[in-house]
Design a protein around this ligand. Structure first.
Ligand code: IMP
Ligand code: MG
Length: 170
């Protein structure tokens, strides 16, 4: 595998701080529940929550993965549900990357049934022109071209999640 550095840890850190400032400002005097989507968002959410100056709660959802493929199977399944009750809560879903948009659409469906007070999405990476979403992703880190990336929580066949920078896999 040839990997090429694409986004540096310094740029990631600046972006996470910026997102944290925006969320802190937008949710002032509220106590949002941040929901990390496992496994990919575990590093991003851990950095992001430390840049948010609010009382908040954290929970996780786990969806089925791509397997070892780079292309989405189109099938999304819930592997681990939330532990907390989100009805009446301000929910912020934290994703590593939005590619086809299937995962976030599925998550939006599940969450809306539980009647949160509000629901927004934050994603570290957003693949430009790929997803056909009929709703807005309020907080986007980097918009990237249609390339397969790894590092900073993102994997290929479960590897490379521990890289500090984001790389393009060729
Ligand atoms: P979507 O449902 O097609 O939007 O895909 C979302 C999920 O697929 C993400 O949460 C990632 O886990 C995975 N994924 C999509 N693109 C990439 C990539 O370029 N590298 C690593 N994982 C990816
Ligand atoms: Mg993932």
């Amino acid at each position: 595998m040839i990997i090429e550095k694409y986004i540096s840890r310094a740029a990631i850190s600046r972006k996470v701080k910026e997102l944290g400032v925006r969320i802190t400002r937008d949710y002032r005097d509220r106590c949002p529940v941040l929901i990390g989507i496992l496994n990919g968002s575990f590093i991003f959410i851990s950095d992001l929550v430390r840049e948010i100056r609010l009382e908040l709660e954290i929970d996780f959802l786990k969806l089925s993965s791509y397997g070892d493929s780079k292309i989405s199977s189109g099938n999304v399944k819930l592997l681990k549900d939330l532990n907390c009750d989100i009805s009446g809560r301000d929910v912020i879903v934290v994703e590593d990357i939005i590619d086809s948009g299937l995962s976030v659409s599925y998550i939006k469906n599940i969450i809306e049934k539980r009647k949160p007070a509000s629901l927004e999405f934050v994603t570290m990476l957003y693949k430009k022109g790929k997803s056909k979403l009929n709703f807005i992703i309020k907080y986007k880190g980097f918009t990237i071209p249609n390339k397969f990336v790894v590092g900073y929580g993102l994997d290929y066949a479960q590897k490379y999640r521990n890289l500090k920078d984001i790389y393009i896999l060729k």
